[in-house]
Design a protein around this ligand. Structure first.
Ligand SMILES: [Zn+2]
Length: 269
């Protein structure tokens, strides 16, 4: 017959073990897995990529929302961006990718997003697969990089102040970055999050011209969720806590962890 004290100790140790494993299971169920792709076939944003990688990783760890793996080389792209390998991920981040990345089957990759995975694009993710042969990629992300001029300061309009990617941004927030100008953006297809009603003061002939200059948006793609932010060229943009909260909100929305509207900004009458 074991000593009563030993029995109580053993039982409470078992109970503690069960509670802690239940907590672990719960946490791992909540934490999503993201693959960060930063391979480039065109211009390489060394500064933005080197700054973005650790910021995204720390963001995931600190929030407990996601963990990241990296896909950095042509070989990684061939091995990792296949429907088979992507089975272990909840979504993907294109961190300053450029050009034709060499995804083995681009249509299969897009189908994987459509089936209910997250696609998060940052800065030059819209300067990726711009060849008309790959129009399906631009259609998925919702806009195509047209050009940029000098880096400059913008004060974004909050198109959806309640969206988790916009809510953390103070109303008077300003930021200096390389501001992208787009083509193929359409408010009838996008839920615009941030924009500016004039071309940013980028030193070009277009500067100050009235128009609809988008800075961030989201959209549904089949059952998948797409979030795009044009920010992320400069290191100090990645280090900016407001931008980090903007990106985290967008990522959590794309992963389905937080709610936010994705209806097109203009009705298609
Ligand atoms: Zn750039």
């Amino acid at each position: 017959m074991p000593h009563i004290g030993t029995m109580i100790f053993t039982l409470s140790a078992i109970a503690m073990f069960l509670v802690s494993s239940a907590l672990e299971t719960d946490a791992s169920m909540k934490r999503k897995r993201l693959l960060v792709v930063d391979y480039t076939q065109g211009f390489r944003h060394t500064e933005g990529i080197e700054a973005g990688e650790p910021v995204l990783q720390a963001m995931g760890e600190k929030s407990g929302a996601f963990s990241v793996d990296y896909c950095r080389t042509a070989e990684d792209v061939k091995e990792m961006l296949t429907p088979e390998h992507l089975k272990k991920y909840d979504g993907i981040i294109f961190l300053n990718t450029t050009g034709d990345l060499g995804i083995p089957d681009l249509n299969a990759f897009l189908k994987w997003i459509k089936e209910g995975h997250a696609f998060i694009g940052m800065h030059s993710a819209t300067d990726t697969y711009r060849d008309p042969a790959h129009a399906a990629y631009i259609d998925m992300i919702g806009g195509e990089f047209r050009t940029h001029h000098n880096q400059c300061e913008v004060k974004p309009v909050h198109d959806d102040p309640q969206h988790p990617a916009v809510k953390p941004i103070p109303a008077d927030f300003k930021i200096t970055d390389e501001i992208y100008l787009f083509t193929k953006t359409d408010r009838k297809k996008l839920h615009v999050l941030l924009s500016t009603p004039q071309c940013p003061p980028d030193g070009s002939e277009e500067a100050g011209k009235p128009g609809d200059y988008l800075l961030a948006w989201c959209k549904m793609y089949g059952k998948g969720r797409v979030f795009y932010s044009a920010f992320g060229h400069r290191k100090d943009v990645w280090d900016n806590e407001v931008i980090q909260r903007h990106m985290l909100g967008g990522i959590e929305w794309a992963l389905g962890q937080v709610k936010g509207d994705s209806a097109p900004s203009s009705s298609s009458d």
